[in-house]
Ligand binder design. Structure first.
Ligand code: SF4
Length: 378
């Protein structure tokens, strides 16, 4: 059963999802379901219209979460069957549900700004903070070519550009007050600034404030960030966070340069690999994650990367590429099911061998991590 659901998730990641007209009308009115919010990327091949509510994620059988990345050319379409949302593929219709719209959306914080301008709920159980909402690689056109942060923030987002620790702490406290058992973690992510040590320190300052304001909660704290140049800063993270992910994105050295020119030029692959070594030394095996985008390099080279990091004690975290409107790769093809299946199997093998856990278990809508952990790639 899990294997079938995981197959369906892969198919949706490989094609994206279309929406029928009736479903879109239904979704405008059914405001109890969470709507897509774009803190860091457009997510869709085509932007319908910034005022049209579309689902952010769908939930398949067994609580498997998948991103609802809109693609009008997909063979999978969310439609209506007797006023209930179903996922249609040919003659087949599968029942789906959506994460609930958080009760904290629409609430005002003490600075008179909306909760959701500071915190976005992802994958049903993750409280996401994205700050800063800009990445300096875009200034010179050297952003990662799959990244659509620039376009998302230009016209499709009302998120604050810089999130302050105090107000983020208040927002997180609000979320857990109004929906107690729902949230499992805080995930901080953000764009890159030219001073890597400063950028990393600002992340830790923010996490510290949020944690202080929620000292009685059982939330975990995760960080996705470019590494600092001063590896001693990992000691600071150790005091506040549970685990940390750094995204190399692409393992092959030449393709890394091609796909992520800003990272390759200003931080370099060599320094990245050294940062992973240093982070594992400080945080321990299984507490550092390496982010990959599947679909940027040949199968052999991503598999080589997964094995390389697994041996180092770094958990491979793989997201499936989606061609986002507004990114340099908006017309690039998505990876095939067979490709993702082989990547997932390799991840499963390494997770099992090393006793690794997914970064945000059950919450990764574009990622294969939870499914690899659960052994869903048979
Ligand atoms: S580092 Fe790359 S993926 Fe991350 S925000 Fe900057 S351009 Fe986008």
């Amino acid at each position: 059963m899990l294997v079938d659901t995981v197959n369906l998730k892969l198919a949706l990641l490989c094609e994206g999802i279309n929406f029928s007209k009736e479903f879109l009308e239904y979704f405008q009115l059914h405001t109890g379901h969470i709507e897509k919010r774009r803190a860091y990327g457009t997510g869709d091949s085509i932007i319908l219209n910034s005022s049209t509510r579309t689902p952010q994620e769908i939930i398949l059988e067994g609580q498997i979460i998948v991103a609802a990345n809109y693609n009008p050319d997909s063979n999978y379409c969310i439609s209506l069957d007797d006023q209930t949302a179903v996922l249609k593929h040919g003659n087949r219709a599968v029942k789906i549900t959506f994460p609930k719209r958080p009760k904290s959306y629409g609430m005002y914080l003490s600075n008179s700004e909306l909760f959701e301008q500071h915190v976005t709920v992802y994958g049903n159980s993750t409280l996401g903070i994205f700050s800063p909402g800009h990445c300096y690689y875009f200034n010179s056109g050297d952003e990662c070519k799959f990244c659509s942060l620039g376009s998302a923030r230009e016209s499709l987002s009302d998120h604050k550009m810089r999130i302050k620790g105090d107000i983020a702490g208040e927002a997180i406290a609000t979320a857990i007050k109004v929906e107690g058992g729902r949230y499992k973690r805080v995930l901080l992510n953000g764009g890159t600034i030219p001073n890597y040590d400063k950028g990393y320190s600002i992340h830790i300052d923010l996490l510290e404030r949020v944690k202080e304001a929620n000292s009685k909660s059982t939330l975990d704290y995760h960080l996705i960030s470019m590494p600092p140049k001063d590896f001693q800063l990992f000691e600071r993270f150790k005091k506040v966070g549970n685990n940390m992910s750094m995204s190399l994105e692409v393992f092959n050295p030449d393709l890394f340069k091609e796909v992520c020119p800003g990272k390759a030029r200003d931080y370099t692959r060599e320094r990245s690999l050294a940062a992973f070594e240093a982070a594992v030394e400080t945080l321990g095996r299984g507490n550092v994650y390496a982010g990959f985008v599947a679909g940027m390099e040949p199968l052999e080279s991503i598999i080589e990367g997964i094995e390389y990091f697994g041996d180092m004690g770094v958990v491979p975290a793989v997201a499936a590429f989606h061609p986002d409107a507004g990114s340099q790769y908006s017309n690039r093809p998505r990876p095939s099911i067979d490709f993702l299946m082989k990547v997932g199997k390799k991840m499963s093998e390494i997770y099992q061998r090393e006793g690794f856990y997914p970064l945000i278990e059950g919450s990764g809508r574009n990622s294969l991590d939870t499914e690899a952990y659960l052994g869903g790639f048979a």
